[in-house]
Ligand binder design. Structure first.
Ligand code: ZN
Length: 593
């Protein structure tokens, strides 16, 4: 009997083991000077990275991501794709693959040799510090490097004179309560970043037109050259940030060469800095209050121009500001990238298309990832699932069918094997890319819909507002989101999050015997309901026109519903909100004789 109390104590301790809201975030400031040489397609650059240790413990190595090194032979990415018969990066030739190569690194003046524990993958690099970085102290890291994009686009890429620099610089890894968050870049799973300030000076061919995370505080981004039909005036936002004169790093010295120009971009409170250039970009812009919406598209894009994409982005951002709160950045850029699909970066969306659905999805990531920054390797569902759900909600609010019925049917038709891993599985541990996508986007979108129906839309919206207000511009995890919904609803939601995200339990309600008899002037219908799966949710039982909420946890229950008319049908969860794995046993219809 002594075992039992110990077991209880252990359970309680384990339950409390989740890490509380981040106690600290590291301080990071980048100054970068870079020159793009189009003849060789190589970007040569120098950065000064100032890193402040706000943690309680000393740090002996700084870790950075060199994401471009994923898009070349023998990277962890290429080898993972090869397992599924995909050779696109494993087979890239010397001229075609992407790279990021250090030329020199010095920390506080001491020369450093980087380490690559994941070799041959080189997307995670360590910089051993000459001496441990104590709490409250900072170091200055000077890095010279070269970067090239791959000709096969994947988020980043190059073709002709268009260069999509989604990745291009040594991106500092996150250091938090659980240590360094380093992971090789893989097809399944995206990013996690440290908030930082950026002061970036680019040396480019004079005719290049640029879209970027930052605001062009100096130099010509080329927008007036690319002015499209709906571009009236251009708001450069030169003073969006109090721009101190840039302290030169000694890489871009003197004046730019003939035919070249320099553009200086700044951004604050962003965990990634992306940019893209093409001399053929068309440029349009619009405003939402003080926020400038910039759109860069191709000459032949007839669904982007005449303000179409500007309008769609404004529609999405307006709805999101109403849902979460004010957009905290000065601008938002949407541009037509070489790769299909879309990817979110802070203040920047790189899209392969122009549909409202894609725009809404990627703009929603400004909140669910850029501003509320989760670890996408660990909790992809937290931004992808929420974003997928919110895009559908946006459609509902705009009178369009978000296709919930199709989504529910598709999930119900997945083979049992697809339901075997919980949603909150680390991205890299899903058996296949398809399963990762299904469990990070599709299933959690329906889980969020269940939560909205359970809490009520107003309470759910308040929860999102609280989540935003309490956590904006910081790292977030599941606990932050759950705490916000619990706070506004006054309900304990741990069971909901545990059941739907951390277990693979399935839900299957089923109707059993149904009997209808007369009673007085009306009718009484007795309904037997079985709960076959291990999951539980409150469910609506509709008998004729009468709805009754079932909240019993029993495997079998019986209810009686009184009605004036003889009911013609009985239906469990008639609005199809629940993630029920078998719909065929939820409905009963009186036979017509
Ligand atoms: Zn997404």
């Amino acid at each position: 009997m002594t075992f039992f109390p110990f077991f209880l104590v252990w359970l309680t301790a384990a339950g409390d083991m989740h890490v509380a809201k981040s106690e600290f975030q590291q301080g990071v400031a980048y100054r970068i000077e870079a020159r793009l040489d189009e003849a060789t397609n190589v970007l040569t650059a120098r950065a000064k990275l100032t890193y402040s240790n706000n943690a309680r413990d000393p740090i002996d190595t700084l870790w950075v991501h060199q994401h471009l090194n994923a898009f070349r032979p023998n990277s962890a990415w290429a080898r993972r794709e090869l397992q599924f018969g995909e050779e696109r990066f494993q087979a890239q030739s010397d001229e075609d693959y992407a790279f990021e190569r250090f030329r020199s690194i010095s920390i506080d003046g001491v020369s450093i040799t980087p380490i690559y524990p994941g070799a041959p993958d080189s997307t995670v690099a360590g910089m051993p510090l000459p001496e441990a970085l104590q709490p409250g102290h900072s170091v200055e890291v000077m890095i010279d490097w070269q970067a090239r994009l791959s000709t096969t686009p994947r988020r980043q890429g190059r073709r002709g004179r268009q260069y999509d620099f989604a990745q291009w610089y040594p991106r500092i890894a996150v250091y938090d309560e659980t240590g360094w968050q380093t992971q090789p870049l893989l097809p399944q799973g995206e990013f996690f970043g440290e908030f930082a300030s950026y002061d970036v000076r680019l040396d480019l061919a004079e005719d290049q037109i640029i879209g970027a995370t930052g605001v062009p505080v100096e130099g010509d981004p080329g927008w007036s050259r690319g002015r499209g039909p709906a571009a009236v005036g251009i708001h450069y936002q030169r003073d969006a940030y109090t721009a101190k004169p840039a302290e030169p790093l000694g890489f871009l010295t003197g004046e730019p060469a003939t035919g070249r120009k320099r553009v200086r971009l700044r951004a604050e409170d962003v965990h990634h800095f992306a940019w893209s250039v093409s001399p053929d970009y068309k440029y349009e812009e619009g405003m939402l209050d003080d926020v400038v919406i910039r759109v860069l598209y191709w000459e032949a894009d007839h669904d982007w121009d005449e303000g179409r994409v500007v309008e769609r982005a404004i529609a999405a951002l307006t709805w999101l500001e109403g849902t979460f709160g004010e957009y905290p950045y000065p601008q938002l850029t949407l541009l037509h990238r070489l790769d299909g699909g879309g990817t979110e970066f802070p203040m920047m969306v790189m899209n392969g298309g122009s549909s409202q659905g894609l725009i809404t999805h990627e703009v929603t990531h400004q909140y669910a990832h850029a501003i509320l920054a989760n670890n996408e390797w660990r909790d992809a569902w937290l931004d992808e699932g929420l974003t997928s759900f919110l895009s559908s909600w946006f459609s509902e609010d705009h009178g369009q069918d978000p296709g919930w019925a199709r989504t529910m049917e598709s999930i119900a038709s997945w083979p049992a094997r697809a339901h075997a891993q919980p949603v909150a599985t680390p991205a890299a541990e899903f058996e296949t890319f398809q399963l990762y996508a299904a469990m990070s986007y599709t299933k959690p979108s329906v889980i969020f819909r269940m939560l909205r129906e359970y809490l009520g839309p107003e309470s759910f919206r308040k929860g999102l507002r609280t989540y935003y207000t309490d956590n904006k511009l910081s790292h977030v995890d599941e606990n932050d989101l759950r705490a916000a919904f619990e706070q506004v609803s006054g309900r304990d939601l741990r069971w909901f999050f545990d059941q739907w995200l951390h277990s693979a339990a399935t839900l299957d309600y089923r109707l059993g015997a149904i009997e209808t008899r007369r009673q007085g002037d009306g009718w009484v219908t007795r309904v037997e309901i079985f709960r076959d799966g291990d999951a539980w949710m409150p469910a609506v039982l509709r008998v004729g026109e009468i709805d009754q909420l079932l909240d019993s946890h029993e495997r079998r229950q019986e209810v009686e519903v009184k009605s004036a008319e003889e009911p013609g049908s009985v239906e469990l969860d008639p609005d199809r909100v629940l993630l029920d794995t078998d719909w065929s046993n939820n409905r009963w219809q009186r036979s017509e004789n």
